[in-house]
Design a protein around this ligand. Structure first.
Ligand SMILES: Cc1cc2nc3c(=O)[nH]c(=O)nc-3n(C[C@H](O)[C@H](O)[C@H](O)COP(=O)(O)O)c2cc1C
Length: 319
């Protein structure tokens, strides 16, 4: 698949997830087979005024290319300014978020609120496409709610406005993250546009990714919650979609190796204080299958530094 001039090696990609798809996590996903990785949504206002925290979220490096930086907002000039920053940071693609269901954003008429206003999305896409040299993509849902499906109309308007790809989360905004996705909306969008279509929703195992691509005809699948604690899903799914065999799940020492890499990466990137706030949750996803998961979960809350964190992982992830 090509997104504008950006070549994407195969259809298995990482979906953006707030609080999860940090720079160190994206590197792990890339290493384990994701073709394209996307950072979490950042408020365009914060990006445009170069807020320190926003720029940290929008950190990238050549090792994760091709990479996607995502922004949300509803003011064309602010979106333009923010998209320029995303390009400057070194991302290969800038993605505009029109899908986020959180109340604060909806209240401001941003994110998923825009699924009810296709022409506003078209105006935003047009403005950003004119302003930056990197491809502009959009992330949408099926529509505002079960009664109104606006995805096809929005995808077509965005294509006319110059969007290079569209990524459809196959749930409505009203559904938030609850309930089954309806993959058929991805198929309808794919039929309606010529630009690449990616989609997400409900891919928990590698075989689901294969089924998603087959049933929707999409050019790519973005894996969300299915990769939390299981970034090996990318190499498994890549193998299956490229005609290879099913790769066995990782053994415990491989699980420990990758978690230790992630722990080191998060302490390095965020520093002690922030890493300790973020990592217990991340580590618990990796530890879920351990026989002494409950003990791990209790112990991980009491960790004070990187050294203790690594020791705890080594103690619990043993064959
Ligand atoms: C915790 C969490 C945070 C998310 N944050 C974002 C985000 O920042 N930007 C975005 O476009 N989608 C976000 N999503 C949606 C995912 O990218 C993806 O579309 C969705 O999770 C797919 O469904 P699945 O988790 O059922 O596979 C988030 C999802 C979750 C679960």
């Amino acid at each position: 698949m090509r997104i504008g001039p950006v070549a994407v090696a195969h259809p298995i990609t990482l979906a953006p997830m707030e609080e999860h798809t940090s720079f160190p996590f994206r590197i792990v996903c890339k290493q384990l087979g994701a073709s394209l990785v996307c950072g979490e949504r950042v408020d365009a206002c914060d990006v445009a005024r170069r807020d320190r925290r926003a720029l940290k979220l929008l950190h990238t490096a050549p090792t994760e290319r091709p990479s996607v930086g995502q922004i949300s907002g509803n003011d064309p000039q602010v979106m333009v300014d923010a998209a320029r920053v995303v390009a400057e940071q070194g991302f290969s693609i800038v993605d505009l978020n029109f899908e986020c269901p959180i109340r604060r954003l909806i209240g401001r008429g941003e994110g998923g609120a825009l699924m009810a206003d296709p022409s506003a999305i078209a105006r935003l896409v047009e403005a950003v496409v004119r302003a930056v040299d990197i491809p502009v993509t959009i992330k949408i849902r099926s529509g505002p709610d079960a009664e109104r499906e606006t995805a096809v109309e929005i995808a077509q308007l965005a294509e006319q406005a110059g969007a290079a790809a569209v990524d459809v989360h196959a749930r409505s905004v009203a559904q938030s993250y609850v309930g089954g996705p309806d993959w058929s909306v991805v198929a309808r969008v794919k039929q309606a546009v010529r630009i690449p279509v990616l989609g997400s929703g409900g891919v928990r195992e590698a075989v689901d990714a294969v089924r998603f691509l087959k049933e929707t005809g999409a050019d790519g699948v973005a894996i969300g919650r299915g990769c939390l604690g299981n970034p090996w899903i990318f190499q498994q799914a890549r193998s299956l979609v490229t005609g290879g065999a099913m790769i066995a799940p990782p053994n415990i020492s491989e699980r420990a190796r990758i978690l230790l890499q992630l722990v080191a990466g998060e302490f390095d990137f965020y520093g002690n204080h922030l890493a300790l706030r973020r990592l217990p949750r991340v580590a618990c996803y990796f530890a879920k299958a351990l026989p002494d998961f409950a003990a791990f979960r209790t112990a991980v809350q009491k960790i004070k530094n990187e050294h203790e964190f690594k020791r705890l992982v080594r103690e619990h992830f043993v064959a």
